[in-house]
Structure formats: structure tokens, C-alpha cells
Design a protein around this ligand. Sequence first.
Ligand SMILES: [Zn+2]
Length: 691
Amino acid sequence: MSEFLDLEAQDGIRMPWNVIPGTRENALSCVVPISAIYTPLKQVPDIPVLPYSPLRCRMCRSILNPFSIVDYVAKIWVCPFCFQRNHFPQHYSSISESNLPAELFPQYTTVEYISTAETGPVVPPVFMFVVDTCMIEEEIGYLKSALAQVVELLPDNSLVGFITFGTYVQVHELGFGLLPKSYVFKGTKEVTKDEMLDQMCFFAGKRKPTTGVIEELQKDPWPVPADQRASRCTGAALSVAASLLGVCVPGSGARIMAFVGGPSTEGPGSIVSKSLLEPIRSHKDLDKDSAPLYDKAVKFYDQIAKQLVHQGHVLDVFACAVDQVGVAEMKVAIEKTGGIVVLAESFGHSVFKDSLLRIFQSSDNDLGLSFNGILEINCSKDVKIQGIIGPCASLEKKSPLSSDTVIGQGNTSAWKMCGLDKKTSLCLVYDIAKKDGSNTIGQAASGFDQEAAAAVMAHLVSFKMETEADFDPIRWLDRALIRLCSKFGDYQKETPSSFSLSPRISIFPQFVFNLRRSQFVQVFNNSPDETAYFRMVLDREDVTNAVVMIQPSLISYSFQSGPEPVLLDVTAIAADKILLLDSYFTAVIFHGITISQWRNAGYQDQQDHEVFAQLLKSPHEEADTIIRERFPVPRLVVCDQYGSQARFLLAKLNPSVTYNSDNSSHGGDVIFTDDVSFQVFMDHLMRLAVQ
Ligand SMILES: [Zn+2]
């Protein structure tokens, strides 16, 4: 494991297969694809920063690197990708074996170039706030104070634009001091760039004018009948914002930050009618093709995505409502532009407020927002790229490197990343093209990174569920696991009891077991908006965080010992213990029944009970650490055994003891489920793998 982490620390990359199979046939029999999770802007300590432009191969444009073969006498380097011989330019003339430029040092597999030639003039960042006004006064109040705080935190040179929407779209002209002006657009239609052209001057330096607009923010004045939803033209507002940015600041770093408090019901991108009799689409509706507005809305947001990618701009969505707002439909535009998404119940909730501040506050955990990245990939002759799952858009630069099999953003060897930050990660999927060669499958297992494999499988299963009709995720995962285990397990044929897995692979079945039970696969427990949210966050996270989403961590606190990690199993529950569950989106502090009774009796406040007081405090301190480092900020649930909120913990535990079994241990708990337990799952797996 540790060698994989070292590689990640140095190059920001984790791969399921660190020994790449030599042939196409070998690669296919590996089941988990040849792939990588890559964090391009990962903060690498002591990364060499070179004050010049990279030297590129004149044939394939690859960059001079430690794997290039160098002829120091003839001053020539051979490109390791295409084997082209390249002459060193004049300024490399002093190169010798004892005088290497940093990019040839063997340990510098990742370097950073700072070249003034390739970066244009510095333009200020642009923030276009798009604010929903169809909300109750209380929510508007929360949002106002959050926005006022954010404006204070924006970089001093930033430009700010402001759009509000409800029944109509209102573009506020900033910079006219005491006389606020605004332009109103109909919510029912899209706005073209040309309609914008004569109405410039929407951006102002961030200070005074913006504060005025925020203070004036008011609830949409149009009356809403009791049996109707508010008339909310989210799509039209985003279309106006995109066109405005396209006219005013094309190609420079800009983001639309949309704050949405309810479902879109008016104009393009609507997800539901205004009548409250019609419920908002569920996963069942999507499955049965009975969500009449869904496809149309997705198509609309796909157009917005294309426009924004072309302009180099980002769409962030902060969806704060009890209802769904249409995140599932907007996903395509958020993800292709590398936008940020935060989903919360209210603009007053810490998940929203703290996440928003985290974006702009400078601290050890800040995001380090960047704009307008381009990712290029080059491969050796026998490796091709199928595509990328994650926050980016294909630049459609088809090359001999692009595989005919396409997954995610493919058909290209270059991708646009309009928005990215220090943590943004991508899942790259490759093909091995080589037909003949020796069988290297035996060595492949020695380089298997099971955590990276679990992350890649989570990306793939989510992607397939979204894009392939009638895809059966459970069957697909089970088949993959069985094939992997019969390939790499040790066993005698037809003898399940003889089955064993090397430590390199042994925890992978557990990851798959938990992935099957996770929010990525069991979508019917959530709304389409929630599922879209979970998947977008998964798609931009690194392996460590993806693993927490797939298989939450559980820590047990008791009088007997210090905090200790325990198995994600219902038997972890005990009357005299506190559990801390981290399932990435939620942190749960769960008090056993005795602990909660003592706490209710106030023992922690009495003298002689400092140990109990400390026991109560410890999980909160650990939860605070988790919350501080994570984006979006997770929800904290504090609950007691047998309380209604306890379901947040129980849903994640292995049901080794259910109402079907009668051996519930003293003070423990049972789970009311018909799900199979991990032991039953493993028994099946071993039986099938040895066939
Ligand atoms: Zn080359």
C-alpha cells in the first residue's frame, strides 16, 4: 500500500494496475480496466518550478522527461513516446551527464513550468452571482448574509456581476452608485448573445455597488396561488448569465455561481409544472420514462455546457431546498465546466454556509480555484485512451491515441478543464492495443492497488447506470468480482473451502460489497438530485476520499480503550460505547443507550466524572477535524441508539445480525433488512469463483 501512496504524493496519481499487462488479452482478463485517478494540481511538496517553457518533441509534442534517452555528445534526445530524435536548442548547449536540467532528474517525474511566453496578460477573475428570489423571507435572509460575507472575501481585483431571477430574470447594472439600474428579461425564453450586445457594463469592482444589490435583495413579488409552485425560471437566468459572460469576458476566468432555492418551473430547463398536484420526478419516474420534462431539460443544459466550455467559463450550483431543484438536469453543465456543487436543505445550514466560505477563505484547506486548464495526454504506442470520467470536457482532438471504445469524455487526447482546484481529480481509462506478446498476468497482481480499483469501479458503475439503458449494476459488479477472484485467487477447482486471496487483493471483495450497498448503486433511497450530487462529488475526488464514500470508516470510543477503528458491522454497536461514522457526506456520532442515559442524567457535568465528559467530547473533536478538511462540508448527525436519527448509522452497517437471526448480542442492535450480510456474500463468491 505505502508505495502507492508515495507515488500519489509525488505525482498525484493512483492506478489499479501498477504493473501494466502487456497485451490486450491480458488487460481484458484483468477485469478492472487499465486506468488512473489523477489529481493534476495536487500540492506536491518541493516540486521543482522551472522558469522557462517545456521542451517539446517536434513530432508528437511530448515534453522532455526523465525517460527520454539523451545523447550528450550529439546534443540529441529521443522521445520515449514516438522515438523521434530531437536536437536540443541553443540554451541547452551546456547539458552534460553531470549538468542536467531539472526535468531530466530521475526523481522529478512531475515538474512545474512557469513561462511568461505561454501565459497571457493577467486578467481579473469574474464572479457572476445568479440568485433565486422565489423563497421565503427567512431563506432570503440567510442567503443575503452568506453573500455579503463572500463579497468581502473575494480577491480585491475581481469583477462581480449580479442577476436575480424568479418569474423574470433581472440583470443588475452595477457601478452606477446611487441610482441602481437593472434590465429585465422574460423567464420563458432563452436570450441570445446578440440581445446582450448593447447592454454592457454589468460588472463592477467588488466593493460598494454589489453590497447595495445584496442589501436590496427581495422576495419575488409575483403572487403564488396556494396549489401552485413559484414561477422560477432558473434555466433562462443561467442562459442570460452565460451569454453575458460570453459577450463581456470570453476566454478569461469566470464563474457563474447560482444559488437556487427550489425547482425550475418556467421556461427552458424546467423540471416540473407549476401544479403541486404533479410530483417532482423520482428515480422510478426516470426508470419508467415517465418524467416528461427531463430529457428536454438535460438537452438544454448540454447546450449551456457547450457554450460555457467554449467560453472557458464555470457553472457552480448551490442548491438549498427541501425540494429537488434540478441538479440532476444541470449535472452535465456543472461537470463539463468543472463547477462546484453543494446540496443542502437550507441556506441557513452549515453544509451550505461553511462550504461557501471555504471556497474563498484562505487557509490550509482552501480550494485554490484555478481557471481554464487544458489537459493533454500522450501514451506509448501500445496504449490508447478511451476517455475521462470527471469534471472536464473533450476538446474533440481525435488522434491515433484515442481508442475506438469511448467512455465518458473521449474521442480526443486533449481536455478542457474550465474550473479546477488543488483537489480536482479525474478518472482516466485506457486500452492496451498490443495484440501479441508474452503473458504477464502473473506480475499484474503484484501491482494491484485495491483502493484505486474500488474507486475506478465506483466511477464506472455510476457512469454506466447513468448512460446505459437496462444496465444492472449489481449483476455487473458481481460478475466482475467473481471473474477477478477466479483469475487471481488461490484454490482447488470446485473446492470453495480452499479459496484464498493474496493480501494484495483480499479487501477488494469488501469494497465491492459496500459499493453494492452504497448511494451510488442503491439510488432508490435518494432523489435524482441527491444521486447526481453524490456522483459529481465522487467524480472529482481522489482515491482516499472515494474509498470513504464507498466504505465509510467507523471508530469506536469506550472506557476500556482509546478510540479504535472497528469493522463496519452492526456488532460494533454496544450500550456503553460511542461510535463515529464517517460516510463522507455525513458524519454520525452515535451514543449507545447507556451512554445516552448517563448523558441525559448530566453525569458529564459532575465532579469525579471527567473521564465520562472526555469520552463524550472525543468523537466531537474528531468529527470537527473531518469537517474542517472536507469540501463540501459534511452534515453532522448526533444521535442515540434507538433514536430516529440512528438510521443514518444503521443503513451503513453490515447486517450480520438481523431480525432473521436470533443471536443478537447483549446491548447490541439488529438491522431490519433482508440484505445479505458480508459473510453470506463471501460464501457465494467463493463458491462461484472456484467453478
Ligand atoms: Zn515524440
